[in-house]
Design a protein around this ligand. Sequence first.
Ligand SMILES: C[S@@+](CC[C@H](N)C(=O)[O-])C[C@H]1O[C@@H](n2cnc3c(N)ncnc32)[C@H](O)[C@@H]1O
Length: 244
Amino acid sequence: MYEQFAQFYDRLGWDTYAKELWPDFKSYLDKIGFKPQTLLDIACGTGALCICASKGGIIAEGLDISDEMLKKAGANAKENGVEINLYHRDMSNFNLYKKYDLVTCTFDAINHMIDFQKWLSMFKCVKEHLNDGGLFMFDMNTLKDLKENWNNIHIKKYPAGDYHISKSISFGDMACVTFTAFVKKDDLLFEGYEETVREVSFPLDDIKNVLLNLDFKDIKIMDRRFIEVDNIDMLTRAFIIATK
Ligand SMILES: C[S@@+](CC[C@H](N)C(=O)[O-])C[C@H]1O[C@@H](n2cnc3c(N)ncnc32)[C@H](O)[C@@H]1O
Protein backbone atom coordinates (compact mmCIF):
# COMPACT_ATOMS: atom_id res chain seq x y z
CA MET A 1 0.00 0.00 0.00
CA TYR A 2 1.21 3.49 -0.90
CA GLU A 3 4.35 2.09 -2.56
CA GLN A 4 3.38 3.82 -5.84
CA PHE A 5 1.99 6.90 -4.11
CA ALA A 6 5.32 7.62 -2.52
CA GLN A 7 6.71 8.58 -5.92
CA PHE A 8 4.31 11.48 -6.41
CA TYR A 9 2.80 12.21 -2.97
CA ASP A 10 4.84 15.33 -2.21
CA ARG A 11 5.16 16.38 -5.83
CA LEU A 12 1.37 16.65 -6.09
CA GLY A 13 1.28 18.64 -2.88
CA TRP A 14 -0.33 16.07 -0.57
CA ASP A 15 2.24 16.84 2.11
CA THR A 16 0.55 20.26 2.33
CA TYR A 17 -2.26 18.78 4.41
CA ALA A 18 0.02 18.05 7.38
CA LYS A 19 2.02 21.23 6.87
CA GLU A 20 -1.14 23.34 7.12
CA LEU A 21 -2.64 21.27 9.90
CA TRP A 22 0.32 21.41 12.27
CA PRO A 23 0.23 25.19 13.07
CA ASP A 24 -3.51 25.04 13.78
CA PHE A 25 -3.13 21.98 15.94
CA LYS A 26 -0.17 23.54 17.73
CA SER A 27 -2.26 26.67 18.43
CA TYR A 28 -4.92 24.42 19.94
CA LEU A 29 -2.32 22.68 22.12
CA ASP A 30 -0.99 26.06 23.24
CA LYS A 31 -4.53 27.19 24.03
CA ILE A 32 -5.12 24.21 26.33
CA GLY A 33 -1.65 24.61 27.82
CA PHE A 34 -0.34 21.24 26.61
CA LYS A 35 3.36 21.29 25.78
CA PRO A 36 4.42 17.93 24.35
CA GLN A 37 8.10 17.06 24.32
CA THR A 38 7.68 13.86 22.36
CA LEU A 39 5.46 12.88 19.46
CA LEU A 40 4.67 9.67 17.62
CA ASP A 41 2.96 10.23 14.26
CA ILE A 42 1.19 7.06 13.19
CA ALA A 43 0.93 6.52 9.41
CA CYS A 44 3.40 9.34 9.06
CA GLY A 45 3.64 9.08 5.27
CA THR A 46 6.39 11.29 3.89
CA GLY A 47 7.02 12.75 7.33
CA ALA A 48 5.56 16.26 6.98
CA LEU A 49 3.94 16.41 10.42
CA CYS A 50 7.02 14.96 12.15
CA ILE A 51 9.24 17.50 10.42
CA CYS A 52 7.02 20.44 11.45
CA ALA A 53 6.94 19.21 15.05
CA SER A 54 10.66 18.55 15.05
CA LYS A 55 11.40 22.05 13.80
CA GLY A 56 9.29 23.28 16.73
CA GLY A 57 11.58 21.52 19.20
CA ILE A 58 9.55 18.35 19.74
CA ILE A 59 11.28 14.97 19.52
CA ALA A 60 9.22 13.42 16.74
CA GLU A 61 9.05 9.84 15.49
CA GLY A 62 6.92 8.25 12.81
CA LEU A 63 5.62 4.86 11.82
CA ASP A 64 4.12 3.69 8.57
CA ILE A 65 3.33 0.46 6.76
CA SER A 66 4.86 1.64 3.47
CA ASP A 67 8.58 1.25 3.02
CA GLU A 68 8.58 3.71 0.14
CA MET A 69 6.74 6.40 2.12
CA LEU A 70 9.24 5.90 4.95
CA LYS A 71 12.15 6.27 2.53
CA LYS A 72 10.71 9.59 1.39
CA ALA A 73 10.16 10.62 5.02
CA GLY A 74 13.81 9.87 5.79
CA ALA A 75 14.98 11.87 2.77
CA ASN A 76 12.66 14.78 3.65
CA ALA A 77 13.91 14.83 7.25
CA LYS A 78 17.50 14.95 6.04
CA GLU A 79 16.69 17.74 3.59
CA ASN A 80 15.09 19.71 6.42
CA GLY A 81 18.02 19.14 8.75
CA VAL A 82 16.04 17.23 11.38
CA GLU A 83 16.46 13.78 12.85
CA ILE A 84 13.43 11.55 13.01
CA ASN A 85 13.27 7.90 13.99
CA LEU A 86 11.05 6.02 11.57
CA TYR A 87 9.50 2.60 12.13
CA HIS A 88 8.13 0.21 9.56
CA ARG A 89 5.02 -1.00 11.37
CA ASP A 90 1.33 -1.75 10.90
CA MET A 91 -0.65 0.77 12.96
CA SER A 92 -3.23 -1.86 13.89
CA ASN A 93 -0.68 -3.74 15.97
CA PHE A 94 2.63 -2.28 17.04
CA ASN A 95 4.91 -2.09 20.03
CA LEU A 96 7.82 0.35 20.08
CA TYR A 97 8.48 -0.22 23.80
CA LYS A 98 8.34 3.49 24.59
CA LYS A 99 5.88 6.22 25.47
CA TYR A 100 5.14 9.67 24.09
CA ASP A 101 3.35 12.84 25.22
CA LEU A 102 1.43 13.08 21.97
CA VAL A 103 0.33 10.49 19.41
CA THR A 104 -1.19 11.64 16.12
CA CYS A 105 -2.67 9.98 13.05
CA THR A 106 -3.81 12.33 10.32
CA PHE A 107 -5.09 12.76 6.77
CA ASP A 108 -7.69 10.01 7.21
CA ALA A 109 -4.99 7.35 7.47
CA ILE A 110 -7.14 5.53 10.04
CA ASN A 111 -9.91 5.06 7.45
CA HIS A 112 -7.55 2.74 5.54
CA MET A 113 -8.15 0.02 8.14
CA ILE A 114 -11.28 -1.68 6.89
CA ASP A 115 -12.03 -3.74 9.98
CA PHE A 116 -13.29 -2.05 13.15
CA GLN A 117 -11.41 -4.59 15.27
CA LYS A 118 -8.23 -3.08 13.85
CA TRP A 119 -9.31 0.42 14.92
CA LEU A 120 -9.88 -1.01 18.40
CA SER A 121 -6.49 -2.72 18.38
CA MET A 122 -4.81 0.48 17.20
CA PHE A 123 -6.48 2.49 19.99
CA LYS A 124 -5.15 -0.06 22.51
CA CYS A 125 -1.64 0.26 21.05
CA VAL A 126 -1.88 4.06 21.17
CA LYS A 127 -2.86 3.93 24.82
CA GLU A 128 0.14 1.72 25.59
CA HIS A 129 2.38 4.31 23.93
CA LEU A 130 1.05 7.39 25.73
CA ASN A 131 2.42 8.88 28.90
CA ASP A 132 -0.20 9.52 31.59
CA GLY A 133 -2.01 12.71 30.68
CA GLY A 134 -0.79 12.34 27.08
CA LEU A 135 -2.98 13.21 24.11
CA PHE A 136 -4.10 11.18 21.14
CA MET A 137 -5.28 13.19 18.15
CA PHE A 138 -6.52 11.66 14.91
CA ASP A 139 -8.67 12.78 12.05
CA MET A 140 -11.05 10.66 10.01
CA ASN A 141 -13.41 10.86 7.12
CA THR A 142 -16.91 10.39 8.47
CA LEU A 143 -19.69 8.19 7.14
CA LYS A 144 -21.30 11.35 5.78
CA ASP A 145 -18.16 12.06 3.78
CA LEU A 146 -17.83 8.57 2.30
CA LYS A 147 -21.55 8.51 1.43
CA GLU A 148 -21.80 11.98 -0.08
CA ASN A 149 -18.41 12.97 -1.45
CA TRP A 150 -16.87 9.83 -2.91
CA ASN A 151 -18.71 9.46 -6.20
CA ASN A 152 -16.79 11.57 -8.61
CA ILE A 153 -13.94 12.08 -11.00
CA HIS A 154 -11.47 14.92 -10.54
CA ILE A 155 -8.83 15.87 -13.07
CA LYS A 156 -6.21 18.41 -12.13
CA LYS A 157 -3.31 19.85 -14.09
CA TYR A 158 -0.43 21.18 -12.03
CA PRO A 159 1.75 24.17 -12.96
CA ALA A 160 4.74 21.90 -13.67
CA GLY A 161 2.63 20.02 -16.23
CA ASP A 162 1.77 16.99 -14.08
CA TYR A 163 -1.75 15.55 -14.26
CA HIS A 164 -3.66 13.90 -11.50
CA ILE A 165 -6.90 11.99 -11.97
CA SER A 166 -8.90 10.60 -9.07
CA LYS A 167 -11.90 8.35 -9.58
CA SER A 168 -13.92 7.51 -6.51
CA ILE A 169 -16.94 5.33 -5.90
CA SER A 170 -18.94 5.06 -2.71
CA PHE A 171 -20.60 1.92 -1.40
CA GLY A 172 -22.03 3.69 1.67
CA ASP A 173 -19.79 3.08 4.65
CA MET A 174 -16.97 2.00 2.31
CA ALA A 175 -15.48 3.80 -0.66
CA CYS A 176 -12.70 3.29 -3.18
CA VAL A 177 -10.57 5.82 -4.95
CA THR A 178 -8.12 5.21 -7.77
CA PHE A 179 -5.42 7.81 -8.16
CA THR A 180 -3.69 8.07 -11.51
CA ALA A 181 -0.78 10.45 -11.77
CA PHE A 182 1.11 11.46 -14.89
CA VAL A 183 4.31 13.06 -13.78
CA LYS A 184 6.08 15.20 -16.37
CA LYS A 185 9.65 14.27 -17.18
CA ASP A 186 12.28 16.55 -18.64
CA ASP A 187 12.09 14.96 -22.09
CA LEU A 188 8.40 15.88 -22.60
CA LEU A 189 7.30 12.36 -21.70
CA PHE A 190 5.16 11.44 -18.69
CA GLU A 191 5.72 8.79 -16.08
CA GLY A 192 2.45 7.15 -14.98
CA TYR A 193 1.52 5.85 -11.53
CA GLU A 194 -1.71 4.32 -10.35
CA GLU A 195 -2.91 3.07 -7.01
CA THR A 196 -6.30 2.26 -5.52
CA VAL A 197 -7.17 2.90 -1.91
CA ARG A 198 -10.18 1.71 0.03
CA GLU A 199 -11.54 3.67 2.97
CA VAL A 200 -14.08 2.66 5.58
CA SER A 201 -15.80 4.69 8.25
CA PHE A 202 -17.82 4.05 11.39
CA PRO A 203 -20.28 6.08 13.48
CA LEU A 204 -18.55 8.73 15.58
CA ASP A 205 -20.57 7.69 18.63
CA ASP A 206 -19.24 4.10 18.32
CA ILE A 207 -15.69 5.43 18.16
CA LYS A 208 -16.26 7.65 21.18
CA ASN A 209 -17.68 4.70 23.14
CA VAL A 210 -14.76 2.46 22.25
CA LEU A 211 -12.32 5.14 23.41
CA LEU A 212 -14.29 5.60 26.64
CA ASN A 213 -14.28 1.83 27.22
CA LEU A 214 -10.51 1.89 26.90
CA ASP A 215 -10.47 4.53 29.63
CA PHE A 216 -9.50 7.46 27.45
CA LYS A 217 -10.85 10.63 29.00
CA ASP A 218 -12.07 14.05 27.90
CA ILE A 219 -12.90 12.92 24.37
CA LYS A 220 -13.54 15.81 22.02
CA ILE A 221 -14.94 15.59 18.50
CA MET A 222 -14.01 18.72 16.61
CA ASP A 223 -13.92 20.34 13.22
CA ARG A 224 -10.82 21.39 11.29
CA ARG A 225 -10.54 24.56 13.38
CA PHE A 226 -10.36 22.40 16.53
CA ILE A 227 -13.70 23.66 17.71
CA GLU A 228 -16.20 21.24 19.23
CA VAL A 229 -19.38 21.08 17.16
CA ASP A 230 -22.96 20.67 18.40
CA ASN A 231 -24.04 18.35 15.62
CA ILE A 232 -21.28 15.84 14.91
CA ASP A 233 -23.42 14.27 12.15
CA MET A 234 -22.71 17.33 10.01
CA LEU A 235 -18.96 16.70 9.97
CA THR A 236 -17.35 15.25 6.84
CA ARG A 237 -13.97 15.12 8.53
CA ALA A 238 -13.75 14.78 12.29
CA PHE A 239 -10.78 15.63 14.50
CA ILE A 240 -10.85 13.50 17.62
CA ILE A 241 -8.79 14.19 20.70
CA ALA A 242 -8.62 11.85 23.67
CA THR A 243 -6.56 12.04 26.85
CA LYS A 244 -4.90 9.09 28.61
C1 LIG B 1 -3.17 9.67 3.25
S1 LIG B 1 -1.59 9.11 3.76
C2 LIG B 1 -1.31 10.18 5.14
C3 LIG B 1 0.15 10.37 5.42
C4 LIG B 1 0.48 11.44 6.43
N1 LIG B 1 -0.18 11.20 7.70
C5 LIG B 1 0.12 12.81 5.91
O1 LIG B 1 -0.62 13.54 6.58
O2 LIG B 1 0.60 13.18 4.82
C6 LIG B 1 -1.98 7.57 4.55
C7 LIG B 1 -0.76 6.86 5.11
O3 LIG B 1 -1.21 5.78 5.90
C8 LIG B 1 -0.31 4.72 5.75
N2 LIG B 1 -0.98 3.49 6.19
C9 LIG B 1 -2.09 2.93 5.66
N3 LIG B 1 -2.41 1.81 6.34
C10 LIG B 1 -1.50 1.69 7.33
C11 LIG B 1 -1.30 0.75 8.38
N4 LIG B 1 -2.12 -0.31 8.54
N5 LIG B 1 -0.27 0.94 9.23
C12 LIG B 1 0.57 1.99 9.09
N6 LIG B 1 0.44 2.91 8.10
C13 LIG B 1 -0.58 2.76 7.24
C14 LIG B 1 0.05 4.76 4.28
O4 LIG B 1 1.20 4.02 3.98
C15 LIG B 1 0.18 6.26 4.06
O5 LIG B 1 1.49 6.69 4.28
